[in-house]
Ligand binder design. Sequence first.
Ligand code: CP
Length: 330
Amino acid sequence: MVVGSRLRAGLPSTDHRPPDKKMQQQLSTKHLLGIKYLTEDDIQIIFETADEFKEVINRPIKKVPSLRDITVANMFFENSTRTRISFELAEKRLSADTVNFSASASSVSKGETLLDTVNNVLSMKVDMIVMRHPAPGAPQFLARNIKANIINAGDGTHEHPTQALLDAYSIREQLGDLAGKKIAIFGDITHSRVALSNIFCLQKLGAEVKVCGPPTLIPKHLPALGVGVEHDVRKTLEWCDVANVLRIQLERQDIKYFPSLREYSLYFGINKELLDSLNKKIVIMHPGPINRGVEITSDVADSEHSIILQQVENGVAVRMAVLYLLAARK
Ligand code: CP
C-alpha cells in the first residue's frame, strides 16, 4: 500500500499535503539496517511523518489505525529499556499486533540459530522484525535471508539508526535545519553504535561533526569519515551548538582504556561549572542510559539545557514514522 493511502486511512486531518505530494512519500528501502543506507530524502520523509505522529501522540486518544493489518515481532537479543518500550508503544499507537521476544527466555539458549528462530517467528504470519543483536551485521544477514521488513534496533558496536534519527529530529526541533550546525559527540566513540549512526545521519543533513574523548576511545579511521577529532572538552564545548554525551560502555571493554572512572570524569566529564564558564547556551543530549557523575553530572543532565527526556518522547514518534513508512514498502 502506498504511504498516501495509509495516511488517509490513519493519520489526522492535519495532513494538508496535496495527494500527489503524499504519494511521493516513499522510502528508498524496505529495511532500516543503518543510516548508511538511507538518503537525505529518506531522513526528511521520516521527519515529516514523525511530525504528524508527534501530534497524534499528544492527543487524549494517542492511537491511529494505520498498521492494524500488520504484526511486528520485537526480538531483543540484548538488554534495552528505551528502545524496546519505545518500539512497542509506537506499534501499539499504530494499532499493529505485537509480540515480544527475549533471547534469555527463548530456545536460543538451547542452541537454535538466529535464522531458524526468526523463520519460526515469521511462519506465524509476522510482517516486520525489530531486532537488537550483539553481533554487528546481524540485521544485514537477516535481510539477505528473509522476506520481512527488518528494523535494526542496535547491532553490537555498529549502528543504532532509530536512535540517530530521534537525536537528529530532536536537534531539528530545538535549532531548526541541521545544515551548518556544529554537533559534538563526547565519550566512548569506539564502542558506540549511537556515535556511528549519528555521524552518518548528521553529515547527511549537512551538520559539522566532531568527536571528543580520550585517544583510546576514538577510532583512528574517523578523520577519513570527515569527522573532527578533539581531546579537549572545553575547546569542543566552545565550538559546538549541541553536545551529545555518550556513556562509557564498560560491558564492551575487555581491556582498560583509561585509568579510572574518577579520572575519566575529571578530564572528560561534562559538569555545570564547566558549562557555566563558557558563557554560551549549548543543547545537552544523551541517548541513555546515563552514568550519572561519570560522563555527565546530574545538575547538567537535569538542567534546562538538557533535552534528554524530549529525545525519549520523540523516539516514539520517529519509530512510528519508520514502522509506518516501511510497512508501505512490503
Ligand atoms: N538509547 C538506548 O538504546 O537505550 P536502551 O539500551 O535502553 O534501549
